[in-house]
Design a protein around this ligand. Structure first.
Ligand code: AMP
Length: 215
C-alpha cells in the first residue's frame, strides 16, 4: 500500500493516516510530525522550520524532498507508506515521482479529503495532539478516553499546536488553496485521484477511505 492523503489542514488526514496504519501495518509518514520532531530536538533544520511553520507558510521544497528521501529509505517503508501532508506543491509531487521511480515503487492512489471550510475551522480549533506519540484527538469528536495510553504505557501529554490558532489557520488555508490544490488536477490527470467526503464520524470516514483504496 503506497498512498498519498491530500486535503486542507483539519480535513482529518492525520487521524485517518494513524487509523490506516493501525489497521494495515503500513507506516504513516507525516512531514508535519517529522518537522515538529526537528523543532523539539532544536536542530538547525528545526529552528529554521519553526519560523516558517509558525507563520503558516511552507518549508522549502528541496528541504522537504530531502526529508522524505531519508524517511522512505528507512526499512519500515519498504512495505509501503501513507504520506500525510506531503506532497504539498507541484515541485514536491514531481520530486516524489522521481524518487519513487528510482525505487520502483509508484503510488497506488491519492485520496482527497473533501470538506467544507467552516467544518475545518472547528476541527482545527478543537484539535489536540500528544507531545510524545503524536496521536491526534479532538475535544468534542475524538476525546481522550480514561484508558487511552501513550506508546510507553504512560498517560498522553496533550497540547494544542502553536500553528492551530485562528490567524495561522487562515494563512495555512490560503497557502493550501494556492500551492496544494493544484495537486488535485495533477493527480486526477494521472488517474490516481480518489475523492472522499471527509465530513462524518471517524467510523464513517474510515469506511469511505477503505472503499476508495479498494478500487
Ligand atoms: P501539518 O502537520 O501537515 O499540518 O504541517 C504543519 C506545518 O509543517 C505546515 O503548515 C508547514 O509549515 C510544514 N510542512 C509540513 N509538511 C510540509 C510540506 N510537505 N511542505 C512544506 N511544508 C510542510
Amino acid at each position: 500500500m503506497r498512498l498519498v492523503l491530500l486535503g486542507a489542514p483539519g480535513s482529518g488526514k492525520g487521524t485517518q493516516a494513524q487509523r490506516l496504519q493501525a489497521r494495515h501495518g503500513v507506516p504513516q509518514v507525516s512531514t508535519g510530525d517529522l518537522l515538529r520532531e526537528a523543532v523539539a530536538a532544536g536542530t538547525p533544520l528545526g529552528r529554521a522550520a519553526k519560523i516558517v511553520m509558525d507563520a503558516g507558510q511552507l518549508v522549502a521544497d528541496d528541504i522537504m524532498l530531502g526529508i522524505i528521501r531519508a524517511r522512505l529509505a528507512r526499512p519500515d517503508a519498504a512495505r509501503g507508506f501513507i504520506l500525510d501532508g506531503f506532497p504539498r506543491t507541484i515541485a514536491q509531487a514531481d520530486g516524489l515521482a522521481a524518487q519513487l521511480r528510482d525505487l520502483g515503487q509508484p503510488i497506488d492512489a491519492v485520496v482527497l479529503f473533501d470538506i467544507d471550510p467552516e467544518v475545518l475551522r472547528k476541527r482545527v480549533a478543537g484539535r489536540r495532539s500528544c507531545r510524545r506519540c503524536s496521536r491526534v484527538f479532538h475535544v468534542e469528536t475524538n476525546p481522550l478516553k480514561p484508558d487511552d495510553r501513550c506508546t510507553d504505557g504512560g498517560p498522553h501529554d496533550l497540547f494544542q499546536r502553536p500553528d492551530d490558532n485562528d490567524t495561522t489557520v487562515r494563512e495555512r488555508l490560503a497557502v493550501y488553496c494556492d500551492r496544494t490544490q493544484p495537486l488535485i488536477d495533477y493527480y486526477a490527470k494521472k488517474g490516481l485521484l480518489r475523492r472522499i467526503d471527509a465530513d462524518g464520524s471517524l467510523e464513517e470516514v474510515d469506511a469511505r477511505l477503505e472503499r476508495a483504496i479498494a478500487n
